[in-house]
Design a protein around this ligand. Structure first.
Ligand code: 13P
Ligand code: SF4
Length: 324
């Protein structure tokens, strides 16, 4: 049977966002990846920003950073392929160190993770003695290792408030920190890191979308500048935005975030109109079906973490997961 027919059921899920001719190109890799997963006892964890042929075609688990971390910890599979960026693969390895964790392209980085190194965190601790350091998961394991606790966009407010202190340092996303500061009485000291995808949205974009598309519901990721979040109808993690659409079923919606998010939800809801001033994340887009196939065929690139860094980094992530 040819690969298109073999994968016809999967194609049904994405037919509203992928043309048949495109799927013909994807099908041989999808088919091969499904067989490789069985052969290698592997699971594919895919972030919400992965393209629909990955998200709906080969992923076993999809979600935001928090969900992927929790699922990585729980899986019995011997191999975890992280279809996402490097910090997510490191987090998976921290939480399930006996598994082989693969990232299909080592260059899948993140502008936030690049904005800070461990030495910066040590200097901040000297400058603000006794002030807890809350570190966004979008950081290297070395930065997490210098931190008291991690957070994601899905739990940042809860984590900050769980500490029961009047002041925290929140690294490295300045906008996420400012957006959280507006929601709590805790004073938040920020760092000047930005997501290169979300920093490009402006309040003018929101107004333009509203003017051109009456009745549109505006959802924004909290990595967007505070002026964008202030003008949005709802702000939340990628999973929270997907849940919002699922729950409220707006007729017309815009997601001020990475482009594939809209494609992945639109595939499930062809009746919803998605307005699309979105931005692409070049790091997320480094992950492709051929690279996932190659990762499983060659068992590369394996993610490893220096044990001296892994232990304190794991503690910071586990403290986060222990907060309910
Ligand atoms: P979420 O945790 O909301 O999915 O966002 C993280 C992110 O920006 C991944 O690049
Ligand atoms: Fe990093 Fe932004 Fe890309 Fe997410 S979308 S991986 S935060 S650069």
């Amino acid at each position: 049977m040819n690969a298109f027919l073999q994968t016809a059921q999967l194609y049904d899920k994405v037919r509203s966002v992928i043309l048949p001719a495109e799927w013909s190109e994807f099908a041989p890799d999808v088919d091969a990846i499904l067989a490789l997963k069985r052969e290698k006892n592997a699971v594919i964890l895919a972030h919400n920003y992965q393209t629909p042929e990955i998200f709906h075609g080969v992923a076993d688990i999809v979600g935001d950073s928090l969900a992927l971390a929790r699922e990585a910890m729980k899986t019995d599979a011997e191999v975890i392929v992280l279809a996402g960026v490097h910090f997510m693969a490191e987090t998976a390895k921290l939480l399930n160190p006996s598994r082989t964790v693969l990232i299909p392209d080592l260059r899948a980085g993140c502008s936030l993770a690049e904005s800070i190194i461990a030495q910066d965190v040590r200097l901040l601790r000297q400058r603000w003695p006794g002030v807890p350091i809350v570190t966004y998961v979008n950081t290297s394991a070395a930065v997490k290792a210098e931190s008291d606790i991690c957070c994601t966009s899905g739990n940042a407010k809860k984590i900050v408030e769980s500490l029961g202190v009047p002041k925290v340092i929140m690294l490295p996303d300045e906008y996420l920190a400012q957006n959280i500061a507006r929601e709590t009485d805790v004073e938040v000291i920020t760092w000047a890191g930005h997501c290169e995808v979300h920093e490009r949205f402006s309040a003018a974009d929101v107004r333009q979308v509203r003017a051109g598309h009456p009745g549109v519901v505006v959802l924004a990721h909290p990595e967007c500048p505070p002026e964008v979040v202030a003008e949005a109808d709802f702000a939340g993690s990628t999973a929270a935005m997907a849940d919002y659409v699922e729950r409220e079923r707006p007729g017309r919606v815009v997601l001020m975030t990475e482009c594939s998010m809209s494609d992945n939800i639109a595939a499930l809801h062809p009746e919803i109109e998605f307005v699309r001033p979105c931005n692409l994340c070049p790091h997320m887009k480094r992950i492709t079906l051929p690279k996932i196939r190659r990762a499983l065929e060659t068992m590369s690139h394996e993610v490893t973490i220096d044990p001296a860094v892994a232990e304190p980094a794991r503690r910071a992530v586990e403290r986060m997961l222990a907060v309910h």
